[in-house]
Design a protein around this ligand. Structure first.
Ligand code: NAG
Length: 123
């Protein structure tokens, strides 16, 4: 190969590189396994789900100086992120009155990392 051929291939390579750079993000957004949507939790009595719900109420009590008592998770959904996002509707007792709250918890079990992202309610 002479120098002329090499530079042609070089241009072709750059062109392919640029095309792939612009095409990749849209493909990843479309059906990438990491860009998860929210999926309903089939069993809200699952101990892991209940644990997340209890954690949400305990954290909320700490942060907002409340004294709610966890009753149960009513419903919830999860989203795959770096770990799992849990969006749970939780029943908790506010004194003698039971109310529902919506908690968002970010969980990375392998790092023992769990954070209350938001706690809203009563709803
Ligand atoms: C979480 O679930 C509640 C109740 O179904 C819903 O109103 C809220 O929009 C959800 N939040 C997110 C971040 O999806």
């Amino acid at each position: 190969m002479n120098h002329h051929h090499l530079s042609k291939m070089h241009k072709l390579f750059i062109t392919i590189l640029i095309i792939s750079l612009f095409c990749k993000p849209s493909a990843a957004l479309g059906e990438g396994t990491l860009s998860g949507g929210w999926k309903p939790i089939p069993d809200v009595t699952n101990p892991v789900v209940v644990g997340i719900g209890k954690f949400a109420v305990i954290e909320h009590n700490k942060v907002d100086h409340a004294s709610l008592k966890f009753t149960k998770v009513v419903k919830g959904e999860t989203q795959v992120v770096a770990g799992l996002n849990y969006n749970l509707t939780i029943t908790a007792a506010d004194g003698s009155v039971e109310k529902n709250y919506v908690a968002l918890v970010w969980d990375k079990p392998w790092e023992k990392f769990r954070r209350l992202v938001s706690f809203k309610g009563p709803v």
